[in-house]
Design a protein around this ligand. Sequence first.
Ligand code: PLP
Length: 460
Amino acid sequence: MLYEAIVEQLLQEMRAGKRRPGDKLPSIREGAEAFGCSRNTMIRAYRELEHNHRIYAVPQSGYYVAHRRQGGEEARSSAEVKDAIDFEWAGPDRNAMPYRDFQHCMNEAIERYREDMFTYSEGQGLASLRFQLARHLRELQVFTIPEHIYVVTGSQQALHLLVGLPFPNGKKNIVLEQPVHTGMIESLRGYDGEVYGIPYEEGGMDLERLETLFRGGDVKFLYTVSRFHNPTGHSHTNEARKRMVELAQRYDVYIVEDDYMGDLDDDSKNDPMFAYDPSGRVIYVKSFSKVMLPGLRLGLAVLPDGLRKEFLRAKAAADVHSPLLMQGALEVYLESGMFAAHIGRMRKIYRRKAVLLQEAYRKYLPPGTAYTRSTSGFYTTIGLPAPLRAQPTAEYLLQLGVRVNPAPHMYLPEFRQDGILRLSVSQVEERLIQPGIRAIGEGIRELLRQRTEVRFVNQG
Ligand SMILES: Cc1ncc(COP(=O)(O)O)c(C=O)c1O
């Protein structure tokens, strides 16, 4: 057994309460026999745990599990929570963030543009960057010209501004898929119009229901994530995308297509909705966060003529323009081919994580637990067996050392589901995916067992 696996197993036993603070650990010799490893491996494992203050050594006596109490309370100390396997945070894999390359691009941008990187600039974004973006978008089957591209401070800004704009169709209501990422729910808080939900399931959404809403709902736009949806991981088929665009044309509705992770799709047969749109009703929105560096706060929107002026006005009121140095550096990053090489690497990393996650789901989740499929290496959801609820389950799982995101807040009130957890595997180390899902499976079993016992006791 490798020392990392021994460390993980011992940590797992501590989290599960099988080894409690003050318990004596096996001696080096006993440990080596029990784990089937050399004494050196055992020493290395103990050193690692000691270094992280999880165990301590008493000379001439042995190794002991460290006390991790805070204010006299057991468990959930901040240190313990810090160690949790984190399926909640949905940033990119920290080990694969190209910040060194980007540093080089920032230097290059300053060399190239000098003081122009530090003065006021065009609200729409640097023209030279928009030229590179138009080239890059062609790879995604989005054919447009730099004049129609708007650089935004994260794709969230484009979504937020679009919610507030009057649209050329003069309509006022919005259709949202359910569930939906929380940024969109926040942008719609207090929205002065109806917000209709439509469930996004494995096969896509109910297109008849969509048509009914488009026909009679005075709909300004439909907001949809066309692939790798947050939180479910679902994607629309090409057929569904085509059909949705047709409906949008027939009923004069716009579609805000959020393709925030389109770069991670390695199936070149998948087209964005924008590719099926001859009439300019699809607004294409893209992010550089998940696929690259969220701290850049850069994204883009491709806008039809009828929206360009109003959008620019709203963008100027919001933040004048997006940070210029980041724009200049992104231009160099795209132009040099670094972005293409980076995406090639990311597709492999995230695809592998997605496969490992699905394997672990199949192996460890108890019957009655549903889960979604996704190949993106970011989001999926787990549907808990009744009567478990997401919030208390997430709290219990945290005590077992796993952090997940309860998803009820990702629904409009009338669509709310209480038994859904969102997991992102993007920044969980590969070696921790199986142990993490195993702990979740054990946690769900244990909670179900406790519920059954309570029922029997009450009945008795
Ligand atoms: C579906 C979706 N769209 C857009 C965003 C916003 O991304 P950003 O503003 O970082 O580009 C997020 C953030 O998580 C998201 O999940």
